[in-house]
Design a protein around this ligand. Sequence first.
Ligand SMILES: NC(=O)c1ccc[n+]([C@@H]2O[C@H](COP(=O)([O-])OP(=O)(O)OC[C@H]3O[C@@H](n4cnc5c(N)ncnc54)[C@H](OP(=O)(O)O)[C@@H]3O)[C@@H](O)[C@H]2O)c1
Length: 337
Amino acid sequence: MGFKIGIVGATGAVGRTMLEVLEKSSVPVSELRLFASERSAGQILTFRGADVRVETLTQEAMREGFDYLLFSAGADVSRRYAPIAAEVGTTVIDNSSAFRMVPEIPLVVPEINGHLLKGYRGIVANPNCSTIQMVLALYKVHDKYQLHEIFVSTYQAVSGAGHKAIVEYERQLSGDDSHSVFVRQIAHNVIPLIGDLKDDISQEEWKMINETKKILNSKALAVFPTTVRVPVRIGHSESVIARTLFPIMSKEDLIETIASGEDVVVHDDIVTPLEVAGDDYVHVSRVRLFDAQTFGLWVVADNLRVGAATNAVRILKLHSELNNPTVEREVEEVERR
Ligand SMILES: NC(=O)c1ccc[n+]([C@@H]2O[C@H](COP(=O)([O-])OP(=O)(O)OC[C@H]3O[C@@H](n4cnc5c(N)ncnc54)[C@H](OP(=O)(O)O)[C@@H]3O)[C@@H](O)[C@H]2O)c1
């Protein structure tokens, strides 16, 4: 026995990574279905040695009922299709920004607030990639010393903007300097704007501000981000300066506290995105204690894995451990008939 699982947006940068992460995971899968737009319908992808044909996403397919649907096809697609799937009892793990700030929808990083999945059915929101790696680096310090201010500058990889962005970047590397995905040329450049501005703050910055407070369950926490796109293929980096309410005992204690976080590794030497692309950990280096209540970190992680696919599959695994999705869905189907 295994789960009936579907990936919506399976041909995208995150969708393909989800397929890879799920393949290597211990999750038992009895049926896997892959969905994209009609542009990619008919493409064949492989999963655990079997060919799987990509299907056009339809409302009908969403009404079939799955144990889990992993959505990664943008907010508009999620808004239109995820509620249909959830209505028939499917647990939807949504990578887009569509439902993250809806109060009754859990925004989950399993290592931090996975308990929210117990007894929960419906749509679960996967946070923004920059937010996930930052909160994983910080959550143990927050537990012990209570964070009250975070100043963060991000150095975000082009793959964070999807498959088209990678293609644009690679075209520019070979001499074509035209751009349509990014607001400026990204090859040999950096762009201090990700998403549109609202009240001087970019969409990506708003996500870091609001999602961090929701995940760490702290309305009083102030987050001051500057989000920047850099010419790196995979792997977001962040320079984080944070202040705590209570004094930190020592630098050694700070390091130990950060390293006690699940899936977090603290290094003596520096760590760069190129070194971590393809792995599932948050890497912290350049730990500095400026004064008893102010510290600095350099945080690096694979945005497609830790920031998206791995977090989604971790949600799926923990949800299935805490609940019994197949039995619940079957009972619901019988009741509907
Ligand atoms: N990239 C990251 O690091 C990252 C991290 C966290 C969250 N996210 C979020 O994940 C989502 C996907 O991002 P991505 O980077 O993987 O984008 P992407 O590479 O552009 O992939 C988009 C996927 O969605 C599918 N799609 C687009 N329109 C569709 C429609 N109308 N119906 C069905 N499928 C449709 C595409 O299918 P076709 O092949 O048919 O076009 C493709 O499979 C976004 O919401 C993004 O914000 C991305």
